[in-house]
Write a protein that binds this ligand. Structure first.
Ligand SMILES: Nc1ncnc2c1ncn2[C@@H]1O[C@H](COP(=O)(O)OP(=O)(O)O)[C@@H](O)[C@H]1O
Ligand SMILES: [Mg+2]
Length: 149
């Protein structure tokens, strides 16, 4: 398990960081985001989609709860903000997608912390000194070594 810290200074840099991670993801991977509104979770996920080589117009899954982008593997983008409890979570299809060998990107992972797989990439995002700076603390496997500098 590795832990790495990344700093971005604008949305484009966040996108690039997501793209770098997306390029090394494979089926079955889960990317679990922690950090409040406007931290850049959706921006990062757009980067993931591009890094995975998907031609996807990624938008926030706030209303749909989950947006699925086809590909090999497909990308399932969740917003767990309003998920409260086991029944709620089951209706999102989370467990089926997990079994389906998709890549899962999960916003508001705080709400489903106890069902996240141990080998997920855990991404904690916080604000830096400026409005547009963000700190990404990412925990994951050795693939993190090749990302960023
Ligand atoms: N370094 C940064 N990385 C990502 N987004 C940033 C950054 N700086 C400012 N922003 C702004 O923050 C917002 C992030 O939006 P979004 O990706 O939807 O966040 P979240 O999904 O975490 O709520 C956008 O309005 C974006 O322009
Ligand atoms: Mg979002």
């Amino acid at each position: 398990m590795l832990k790495k810290k990344f700093f971005t200074n604008n949305p484009a840099e966040t996108h690039a960081l997501g793209k770098a991670l997306g390029a090394v993801l494979h089926r079955g991977d889960v990317v679990a985001f922690f950090g409040g509104l406007g931290m850049g979770k959706t921006a990062f996920t757009r980067g993931i989609a591009e890094g995975m080589g998907l031609d996807a117009q990624v938008s926030s899954p706030t209303f749909a709860i989950v947006n699925v982008y086809s590909g090999s593997p497909m990308l399932c983008h969740f917003d767990m903000y309003r998920i409260d409890g086991w029944d709620d979570l089951c209706t999102t299809g989370f467990f089926e997608y997990l079994e389906d060998d998709a890549v899962l990107a999960v916003e508001w992972s705080e709400n489903i912390e106890n069902v996240l797989p141990e080998n997920a990439f855990f991404i904690n995002i916080s604000k830096g000194e400026n409005d547009e700076s963000r700190i990404f603390e990412i925990e994951g496997d050795e693939r993190l070594e090749n990302i960023g500098c």
